[in-house]
Design a protein around this ligand. Structure first.
Ligand SMILES: C[S@@+](CC[C@H](N)C(=O)[O-])C[C@H]1O[C@@H](n2cnc3c(N)ncnc32)[C@H](O)[C@@H]1O
Length: 414
């Protein structure tokens, strides 16, 4: 394989697309034959963050410690017309009424013309047997810095595999966590739809235990590998990350010891008894999955005997649709309906409140924090026991509490 093919049905995250100067180092093929890349994301210190900088200098779009390189300088010079190019000559109409524009001489675009064809070299072919475990070499490039998060990911996946890329919502949530460490210190946290695991890794630099969950053995293997790659970042806080399967479309947590990424009975109990924070980044893009996610949130909230805060980051992806004859985001509209229904739910077990949070907290990672990125907080509060007896068992391997009132069919109508 010497070329990456981008199929029309694939999607590519802006995080990977808008990193013009970062080296996309393809390391190997994973066990299902997909090219695996490694990216390094720097946690910025005070003075390096975009919000610390002079606003007139602008915020770099994305990338790792994006320092302008030669190509950038040339591009910006070219755009300004300071490279001697004949830019900005007044367009004029000739005698036939044709519109003439003076183009910049082609000699001023050497990079574009001479750019090499990208032919990724496969450095290492994964051994499917070894893949989930460490097969990581400590060469010079692999040094463990305490401000660099290294993430293995794929690029341009189908919708089914979007979790193998890093999405901007993961960065927004990571920024929120790093901006409010006291909120998470010592906590047990459950991440839903964790993908590559970046947000769980950031969370584990602060909290005690993170259950980092998603679906699919190959995705979870990649996620587990990322946790291993970044173990040194979590050591200071003693943070423990358990990568486990939690499928929003299933009622049960798998506790079969022979199944990879299954839960132990102790973990299930620990998760139900101590999880006070749930996080989920960029998980709203398909209405059926959104319904499954909200069912899961309902089941968890109504099984907990304590209050739980859920933080959901979302990116509104606006599209023009003929149906609306306007730009809209159907997935976001569906999400809003689900939030309203959850808040209106009165089942005697627990209640939910919903709040949109401001997103002007500090930016620790470099990405374009657009206004389409939003952060929502849902709080579940159990109904006091004197009014309703608690469920028979607050813990167990089953996520199967259902909304008891048939006229609040959250799983169907939201
Ligand atoms: C757009 S990705 C976001 C990944 C990661 N949170 C991030 O922001 O980089 C959506 C995630 O939802 C997960 N997901 C989809 N369906 C799911 C399901 N039924 N149960 C659990 N997770 C699911 C996907 O596997 C994927 O990791």
């Amino acid at each position: 394989m010497d070329r990456i093919t981008f199929h029309h049905d694939t999607v590519l995250s802006d995080v990977h697309m808008l990193r013009p100067n970062a080296r996309h180092l393809m390391t190997r093929l994973n066990s299902v034959g997909q090219p695996v890349f490694i990216s390094k994301f720097k946690i910025l210190s005070v003075g390096e963050r975009p919000d610390d900088k002079d606003p007139e200098k602008g915020v770099p779009e994305a990338g790792v410690g994006h320092e302008p390189k030669k190509e950038d300088e040339k591009v910006s010079q070219s755009q300004d017309g300071e490279d001697g190019g004949e830019v900005g000559g007044e367009p004029f109409l000739d005698e036939d009424g044709d519109f003439h524009i003076t183009h910049r001489p082609r000699t001023n675009l050497p990079e574009r013309n001479s750019r090499d064809l990208v032919c990724p070299i496969i450095l290492q072919q994964a051994d499917p047997e070894l893949e989930p475990e460490e097969e990581h070499s400590e060469d010079e490039d692999d040094q463990a810095f305490d401000d660099i998060i290294k993430i293995e990911h794929t690029m341009a996946t189908t919708l089914e595999d979007v979790g193998k890329q890093v999405w901007r919502g993961a960065f927004l949530l990571a920024d929120f966590i790093l901006s409010s460490p006291d909120m998470f210190r010592g906590a047990t946290v459950l991440e839903l739809g964790a993908g590559t695991g970046l947000t769980s890794i950031v969370m584990a630099t602060i909290c005690k235990t993170t259950f980092c969950t998603d679906v699919g053995a190959d995705l979870l293997s990649m996620c587990k590998k990322n946790v291993t790659l970044n173990r040194h970042l979590m050591e200071a806080a003693g943070g423990d990350v358990r990568v486990r399967q939690l499928d929003w479309l299933q009622h049960d947590l798998c506790t079969d010891a022979d199944v990879e990424f299954s839960w132990t009975e102790e973990e299930v109990e620990d998760m139900y008894n101590t999880t006070e924070i749930i996080i989920a980044a960029d998980v709203i893009y398909d209405d059926e999955l959104t319904d499954g996610l909200f069912r899961t949130l309902y089941r968890l909230g109504s099984s907990f005997s304590h209050r739980c805060s859920v933080f959901i980051s979302i990116e509104k992806r606006m599209n023009f649709t003929l149906r609306h004859m306007d730009v809209s985001c159907d997935a976001y509209n569906h999400f809003s309906r689900c939030l309203s229904q959850l808040e209106a739910l009165q089942d005697g077990r627990c209640s939910f409140t919903v709040q949109q949070l401001p997103t002007h907290f500090s930016q620790f990672l470099l990405y374009d924090r657009t206004e389409q990125l939003e952060l929502w907080k849902v709080t579940s509060t159990p109904t006091p026991p004197e009014r309703t007896p608690p469920p028979e068992s607050a813990c167990g391997s089953s996520l199967n509490a259902e909304p008891p009132t048939p006229h609040v069919p959250i799983h169907r109508s939201c």
